[in-house]
Write a protein that binds this ligand. Structure first.
Ligand code: BES
Ligand code: ZN
Length: 872
């Protein structure tokens, strides 16, 4: 036994070839009984079979191993289930013969409430609360449902049989081949699957309605929804059918199963899960309601569906060899979901919105407490933590950078070759690089290793010196200190026009580029700008010298630059400011150049940056806060007036999303007219939930505005919102409300809201939506977290949702004393599942604290701010 403990991976004396799994869930008692028969290939002389199992009680009398050939039934002499290592060790009296044999195990388990393994979710039907049974196995929780080799490389076929109440819908990865009803129970048998990893096996048993369609080559696609709500599945169904057809072309490989089901699950830890042929979703990520969903919800559904379907090829057909390569799965699916969404909805400008992903990656990777994309995994418990912005956002951005460098056509061709080569098998990061290297003739492996094997990224600083550009790279850290990483950076630049382009690989720390030919005839201000990292396609930041920065500001004001470039300049400038490499004064001046900004993504980033600045100024120089607010209100007012409160006939999707974001910003900054108008419209909404005065796209703004005016002595807005929350049965409406509730400036209300999140009225998956408390509620939230830590840790501690509690409540602080206090509190309470998030959040507090001090020492801030605030 001891020899098998403490290992990252199972010993491979025997490997599974095919599983027969029979499960009988009891939805009333929340238990299940199961039986597996596994065809094994014994490849080494051994007396042991070691596989995974956890939280299962194995019926020892049922365990046997039958050798093939001279058929002989062996019973184990010893059975050990080690809960710490989650392994089941079977010891036999004699050495097992090399070759195929059949392992049988009977077991029982609990349908748990932890949203992982085989779990229970609840729903209401005809006013009655009911249970459903659902699986969620990624990353390594199949072993909580049946004993198995729970590692992505141990692929096998699966033949599943379910014994369930006859009135329920029972789904699994493959189509049903037989259904036998026997009184209240039915036995449902599914086709055997192609070879696949355990984390993709799935079962759903509950009450559902569905809508159905086919792809042009006959794949049957269904969306399962709550009874009576099948209409809400139509949008996702349409996206799914088109996306399957698109990916078939893109990967030069058809979808490999005969059917695809997509199901909305009321209790669901992540957003969605790509189980082979049976994709599960949170309701908010799958259902679209014409009356009550916002444009942002629609876009969310489309991108999540496109993401999960991408996994059917990238992840399910070709699977990462080990979790170290998780980013291949997630980074790639994220990137390609934009490709699909762009093809389906070109008017969404989704590639501009992709910048939100790269920015999220850059933000997390600017911390010293970040990690390399390829990260060593020594224990299953460490896997959850890497489903983060590094794997998803940095991963997707690196793919984007590489595709840009190699060219779209060559990239796609090589990718198709990779999919073909590794179909039904496993691959590592370097296998993808090899395929791309073969297809392009470029040194992909060398280039990309510098990005995936070390954490962080460079800031490239650039200046002009006698008609030459001088580049210098150094690792960017938000703390302001310099790391010692170095990268091979694909540099692109434009001078004065998008036709004047140059690109090269920056392979050393510094380099010089002659731009004489570019500069001739460029003496006027209009054509004198130089923009690096064109379209922000590279995963790095750029630091311009003052002269170049001023030329760019001029180019922004005069609308010479693309939205992606305007975004990049603003975002880099903000990051440099936080790292105290640029003054707040100059950042604010730059922001002033965006007064006439129209692009959704750019404005949206301008808004989130303005929130952060307002929060930091409130701590650094509180007496300037009113000027800051006034400046920001002035910055957004024009656009908000252009869009008005109600949708214009035929207006764009992006304007619909932008309207809500602008009004939210004006409400948060205390713009009286906006607050008044919001409360007027909210009143009409209370009288009639279908009023045209409060369409879904502006509801969040109205809710925030209402909560900004709620206090202990004026509670009516809060109570009305709770009423709407209780009455609606649309999860998107519920989460919209939850995410606005903590905006009240009155800490007593904040406390009430936080306690409400812990009540039985809020599903545990949703509680994390309500943690973004107002500036004024920050301290209350921290005290609340401490007071309730035991309960929170018990309820959310076994999944990744707990990290949101830590990051949302800890990161907004801005002093070293607070950081110390937080550290002391967690000293005795930390555990592996929050360790990394906690360190990152505390690092953010330190960064904020340094930033506050930097701002306090700025000389020209007051004067500049007053000027900016007055300008109209
Ligand atoms: N494979 C993940 C689901 C997952 C996440 C499993 C974390 C285990 C732990 C799925 O493909 C995914 O990435 N879902 C995203 C949505 C996506 C559109 C970014 C999610 O759940 O947030
Ligand atoms: Zn994914």
């Amino acid at each position: 036994m001891e020899q098998f403990k403490g290992q990252a991976r199972l010993p491979k004396f025997a490997v599974p070839k095919s599983y027969g799994i029979r499960l009988k869930p009891d939805l009333t008692a929340c238990k299940f009984a199961g039986f597996v028969s596994i065809d094994l290939d014994v490849v080494d002389h051994t007396k042991f079979i070691v596989l995974n199992a956890a939280e299962l009680s194995v019926d020892s009398g049922s365990v046997s191993f039958t050798t093939r050939g001279i058929s002989k039934v062996l019973e184990p002499s010893r059975i050990d289930l080690d809960e710490e290592d989650e392994i089941l060790v079977l010891e036999f009296a004699e050495t097992l013969p090399i070759g195929i044999g059949l392992l049988r195990i009977g077991f029982e388990g609990t349908l748990n409430d932890k949203m992982k393994g085989f779990y229970r979710s609840t729903f209401e039907h005809n006013g009655e609360k009911k249970n459903m049974a659902v699986t969620q196995f990624e990353p390594a929780d199949a072993k909580r449902c049946f004993p198995c080799w729970d590692e992505p490389a141990c692929k096998a076929t699966f033949k599943i049989t379910l014994d369930v109440p006859s009135e329920l819908v029972a789904l699994s990865n493959m189509p049903i081949i037989e259904e036998k009803v026997d009184g209240h129970l039915k036995t449902v048998t599914y086709q055997e699957s192609p070879i696949m990893s355990t984390y993709l096996v799935a079962v759903v048993v509950g009450l559902f309605d569905y809508v159905e369609d086919h792809t042009s080559d006959g794949v049957k696609v269904r969306v399962y929804c709550q009874v009576g709500k099948a209409n809400q599945g139509k949008f996702a169904l349409n996206v799914a059918v088109k996306t399957l057809e698109l990916y078939k072309e893109y990967f030069s490989m058809p979808y490999s199963l005969p059917k695809l089901d997509m199901v909305a699950i009321p209790d669901f830890a992540s957003g969605a899960m790509e189980n082979y042929g049976l994709v599960t979703y949170r309701e908010t990520a799958l259902l679209y309601d014409d009356q009550h969903s916002a444009a942002a919800n629609k876009q969310g559904v489309a991108t999540v569906v496109a993401h999960e379907l991408a996994h059917q090829w990238f992840g399910n057909l070709v699977t990462m060899e080990w979790w170290t390569h998780l980013w291949l799965n997630e980074g790639f699916a994220t990137w390609v979901s934009y490709l699909a969404t762009d093809s389906l909805f070109p008017e969404w400008n989704i590639w501009t919105q992709f910048l939100d992903e790269s920015t999220a990656g850059l933000r997390l990777d600017g911390l010293a407490q970040s990690h390399p994309i390829e990260v060593e995994i020594n224990h299953a418990g460490e896997i959850d933590e890497i489903f983060d912005a590094i794997s998803y956002c940095k991963g997707a951005s690196l793919i984007q950078m590489l595709q840009n460098y190699l060219g779209a056509e060559c990239f796609q061709r090589s990718l198709a070759a990779y999919i073909k080569r590794y179909a039904c098998s496993n691959a590592k990061t370097e296998d993808l690089w090899a395929a791309l290297e073969e297809g392009s003739g470029e040194p992909v492996n060398k280039l990309m290793n510098s990005w995936t094997k070390q954490k962080g990224y460079p800031a490239v600083s650039v200046k002009v010196e006698d008609q030459k550009l001088v580049f210098d790279q150094s690792q960017f850290l938000s703390s302001g200190s310099q790391g010692d990483g170095q990268w091979i950076v694909p540099i692109t630049l434009c001078c004065g026009s998008y036709d004047m382009r140059k690109s090269f690989l920056l392979q050393s720390k510094s380099e010089t580029l002659d731009i004489k030919e570019f500069l001739k005839d460029k003496t006027d201000a209009a054509s004198a700008w130089i923009k690096l990292n064109v379209d922000r396609a590279g995963f790095y930041r750029v630091k311009y010298d003052e002269d170049l920065a001023a030329r760019l500001r001029y180019a922004i004001e005069n609308k010479f630059l693309s939205a992606t470039d305007r975004f990049g300049i603003l975002d880099d400038s903000f990051a440099l400011c936080m790292a105290r490499q640029q003054s707040l004064t100059s950042l604010l001046t730059l922001m002033g150049a965006y007064r006439e900004e129209l692009d959704y993504t750019v404005l949206n980033n301008l808004i989130s940056i303005s929130f952060k600045i307002a929060r930091i100024v409130a701590d650094a120089v509180p007496e300037l806060l009113d000027y800051v607010k006034q400046f920001f209100i002035g910055l957004f007012q024009n656009s908000a007036e252009r869009l008005g409160w109600e949708p214009k006939p035929g207006e764009s999707h992006l304007d619909a999303m932008l309207r809500g974001d602008l009004l939210t910003a004006l409400a948060i900054f205390g713009h009286d007219l906006t607050l008044n108008e919001a409360s007027r419209r909210f009143q009409s909404f209370l009288e009639d939930r279908n009023t045209p005065l409060l369409p879904p796209d502006i509801r969040k703004a109205a809710y925030e505005a209402v909560m900004r005016r709620v206090s202990t002595s004026e509670r009516s807005g809060y109570e009305s919102l709770l009423r709407v929350y209780r009455e609606t049965d649309l999860s998107q409406e519920k989460t919209r409300i939850l995410s606005s509730l903590a905006s009240s400036p009155d800490p007593n209300i904040t406390l009430e809201v936080l306690n409400f999140l812990l009540s039985s009225e809020v599903r545990s998956q949703d509680a994390v939506c309500g943690l973004r408390v107002s500036m004024e509620g920050r301290e209350t939230a921290w005290k609340w977290l401490k007071d309730n830590w035991e309960h929170i840790s018990k309820t959310w501690g076994s999944g990744f949702l707990i990290t949101s509690f830590v990051s949302a409540i800890v990161s907004p602080f801005t002093s070293f004393e607070k950081a110390k206090e937080i550290q002391e509190f967690f000293a005795t309470r930390t555990k592996p599942s929050i360790a990394r998030t906690l360190k990152q959040s505390i690092e953010r507090v330190h960064i904020n604290a340094n930033w506050v001090q930097g701002i306090q020492n700025e000389e020209h801030l007051v004067q500049t701010l007053k000027e900016l605030a007055q300008r109209k």
